[in-house]
Design a binder for this molecule. Structure first.
Ligand code: GLU
Length: 346
């Protein structure tokens, strides 16, 4: 679907020379974060490969050079560089937060049954994946699972479900989010594939609401405007046991954060999720308008914006900047040092 550059292989992320800090349970001091953020920005700026998404017509108008990175600490500190207040549509990143809201509303067992948590290994909008799995949507980060998730949101009508989505995502951001009507209309006029997916799910009894209503709510949710600063705060809320570190609002429970982050680790970066986890070692979620969120549990949320995408639909500069920060800030959840380092084993 994307005739763009191939995946960002580890060596292409260009971060192998960065001194890797190992998790010490705390991130460095604020001024050190600012220094590393500047370095991550400069490093990622060297990457001009990839291309802006155009399968939703209006997205093709994005300035390919737009680029911002924001880090939000779980204590509410904000560090930012570049175009962090430039608004763009949240797109697929909404899936992570709607999933969290649904788990919080109905409990993870019910969502697990209806939506699942396994990676499909196929494109986010694959119809084949549904057929291969007997109509099961597989996970909430692909469109089938995201549509099933939105369908299950509290509310008897499409309007009530939409209200639950918009209000919930706004609480994650700590401010009221609004739809970009132009993006919504552009996608609504061209989303034949998502309509087909919703109808296919209905044929398997996997959607308990009107499938076209569900597609409409989902399309609105994808058209909500955010900036990199919002994304960092939304991610920091998932890093902070569900409490928004700026507003103090408990948006979802700590258990829901844990479950959501596990799903993101497995499926957050489309069919490149394994490569992402291998290189960055953190749960994340990307969207086709160029946003990327990354969560370092108990530490920080990272939000980036850069609309040039790799062939799977992941922001190229976003990946490079996040890889840099993961290494330099010691965020990789899989990294450890010997328990004996610095002392003689007895
Ligand atoms: N609204 C987009 C779609 O459903 C979201 C895609 C994405 O960001 O991956 O096609």
């Amino acid at each position: 679907m994307w005739p763009y550059s191939d995946s960002m292989r580890g060596s292409e992320l260009g971060v192998d020379d960065i001194e890797t800090a190992v998790d010490t349970g705390a991130v460095p001091r604020g001024d050190r974060i600012d220094e590393l953020l500047d370095a991550a920005y400069q490093r990622a700026l060297e990457h001009a490969e990839g291309a802006v998404a155009d399968y939703i017509p209006i997205l093709a108008d994005a300035d390919p050079e737009g680029f911002g990175i924001c880090v939000a600490d779980v204590d509410g500190g904000i560090h930012e560089v570049g175009d962090t207040r430039y608004a763009f549509s949240i797109q697929s990143i909404s899936k992570a937060f709607v999933y969290a809201l649904l788990c919080d509303a109905v409990g993870h067992e019910a969502v697990f049954e209806m939506v699942g948590v396994n990676n499909t290994g196929l494109a986010f909008n694959s119809v084949v994946a549904i057929e291969l799995n007997d109509g099961h949507p597989m996970n909430p980060m692909v469109n089938a699972g995201a549509l099933a998730t939105t369908a299950l949101m509290p509310g008897g009508t499409a309007e009530e479900k939409w209200d639950a989505v918009r209000t919930g995502l706004s609480r994650f951001a700590g401010r009221e989010l609004h739809v970009d009507e132009e993006v919504y209309r552009s996608e609504a006029a061209t989303n034949h594939r998502n309509r087909a997916i919703a109808q296919l799910l209905e044929s398997y009894g996997r959607i308990q609401a009107d499938p076209m209503d569900v597609v409409d709510v989902y399309t609105r949710q994808c058209a909500l405007l955010v900036d990199a600063h919002d994304l960092a705060i939304m991610a920091a809320t998932l890093a902070d046991g569900g409490v928004n570190p700026v507003t103090g609002d408990q948006v979802v429970s700590a258990d829901v954060c844990r479950d959501t982050l596990a799903v993101l680790a497995a499926s957050g970066l489309y069919e490149r999720s394994g490569e992402w986890l291998f290189e960055i070692g953190l749960p994340g979620k990307s969207g086709v308008a160029g946003g990327l969120v990354t969560v370092a549990p108990g530490k920080v949320g990272i939000g980036t914006y850069a609309p040039r995408l790799d062939s799977a639909g992941n922001s190229v500069r976003g990946q490079v900047a996040t890889a840099y920060l993961s290494r330099a800030l010691g965020l990789n959840i899989f990294a450890s040092e010997s328990h004996f380092s610095g002392r003689t084993p007895e």
